[in-house]
Design a protein around this ligand. Sequence first.
Ligand code: SF4
Length: 318
Amino acid sequence: MREVLTAGRYYREKYGCNVYKTPISILGFTCPNIDGTVAKGGCTFCENESFSPNLTEKSTKKFYLNPKSAENPFLQSQLVQLESQFNQTKKVLTKKFGAKKFIVYFQSFSNTYAPLETLKALYERALSFDDVVGLSIGTRTDCITDEILDYLEELSKDKEIWVEYGIQSIYDETLDSINRGHSVENMFEWIKKTKDRGLKVCGHLIYGLPNETQEMMLDSVSASIELKIDSLKFHCMYITKNTMMANEFKAGKIDTISQEFYIDTLVKSFKMLPKDIMIQRVCAGIGGDSLLSPKWCSDKHTQMKSIKDALKKEGFDY
Ligand code: SF4
């Protein structure tokens, strides 16, 4: 049986205990695909409220940052928000799992899409919290600069710094069809640059995007391996209400894949992966009534069981 390098195994080996990611959502952050810089409306599958924790404060609702923002009048409230979200999640994880170490995960929107001074203030505050061993920064490859990479490289000398890029697919026609707003060329260029700085890269892949064959999905895995990406997150394309994809789905223009097809693609992917790629996620589940399709994505636990069983049959201990 081959042990898959899960996040749990990776962190236990490195820190001697489990390390928990604490998701953070900072008001005032957006992405160039939403604010009209490269496109409007965002990726067709993106329903931003589905990220957690939810954005609840209304005071800064109309204020959005971008790298050219001359000032950030909400920095102090963003720092307070960061600390309170972290403390809240830490408390829950400590009570539930006896968690001792944490990675602060800047999850919602594009977390390098702001002036560098704002990024520095937020990242350094996060790294100053007790028991935090590092950061994981979710962003797009068109929202990163050499200057930001220089800074992250410096931080990574003492801390565990991960940059999480949405890859989704390595086909331009797919990226166009989901209104991604950047090219595969841009993605390859900045992933390589990030890796060249010695930073750890996690790539997100979605299986079942419109008009993609299984071969195309597996090509995205091959490219990720060639790019020497350190970690991958997989999930199936699912469609929720309040997204552009919902309209395409209702009009019969697109469809979702079956669980069998998804798991088959996942198992084939695992067979291609080198042993040292850390796998952080193999599915996504969305409860509640906002899920349109596929319905099998509503329950993460049954998905996980089927995935684990299928992997086990092929000799993988996940
Ligand atoms: S890049 Fe992320 S935040 Fe921006 S539109 Fe796409 S999914 Fe949404």
